[in-house]
Ligand binder design. Sequence first.
Ligand code: F6P
Length: 328
Amino acid sequence: MTNIKKIAVLTSGGDAPGMNAAIRSVVRTCAYHDVAVLGVYRGYQGMIENDFAPLDARSVRNLVNRGGTFLKSARSKEFRTPEGRKKAYDNLVAAEADALVVIGGDGSFTGALLFNQEFGFPVMGIPGTIDNDIYGTTYTLGYDTALNTVVEAIDKIRDTASSHNRMFFIEVMGRDAGFLALNSGIGGGAEKILIPEQHSTLEDLVNEIAINHNKGKMSNIIVVAEGYTTGQNVYELKKYVEAQNPDYDIRVTVLGHIQRGGAPTCFDRVLASRMGVKAVESLLEGKSNYMVGINNDKIDLTPLEKAIKGGESKLDPDLIRIAKIMSV
Ligand code: F6P
């Protein structure tokens, strides 16, 4: 055990459902081990601007079910500078914090790692992003909730699409990754799923749509990951397909930030609770520079450096094949 008496916690980058549940878990695990907690508002920017408040077990009541993050989140440009990080460090030391838990995505972990390398300050990451694009964990916080939000939206769009024999291009978030699009597409019964991990041409797309049409499919749901690159956005894709087949009646729905909000699913709440406990207890054991993850249903640690530079996508190629089979 270390001499850690106070742990600071912040949320950073795009918010994700389950972040509140993770903060709650960090705070309650600290309370359980008799460690104080410093809540940092607005991510790294709040650290630079001394935007702190003490948190105790009761100050995180009624949060496990709430989307967003009550600590608020930000993408801080100033923290990318050595001067910004120095200010943040001085403020944390003045507030008597001994360690830091960062709940966020890979950009936030890059900041945490730099912070540790420059000042030797113990840091621990909890992956929170709807994109699920972090190496070292099968699931990130918020991904399951966002997935269910997308599937619910696809189901609703399918009702109107089939009533009018229409084709819909549905744009789904995920930054450069296709997890949300691929899994929601399979779960929502999409006829076609376009993801950055799989390259196809516009001609392929038009041909496949024509084949579907000939098979008697009257409506078509095409899920498009926002990171899918043909050089064309979803509206241009629609225009292109329409130009080839003027008979098709096509609409576009960009789901946008609706995917980031809402009450976390039970899966995300439990995951957040497990990850928060592991983050705090690992710091108390003297560990630093790790990200907490879930692999084979076990909570474990991956070095932050590996999580950031993991490189390859962990998208299961078999899922791509399954999507193809399901849309036969
Ligand atoms: O990383 C989460 C995410 O929602 C991505 O899916 C999306 O590309 C991006 O953030 C949107 O960012 P912003 O909220 O800054 O528009």
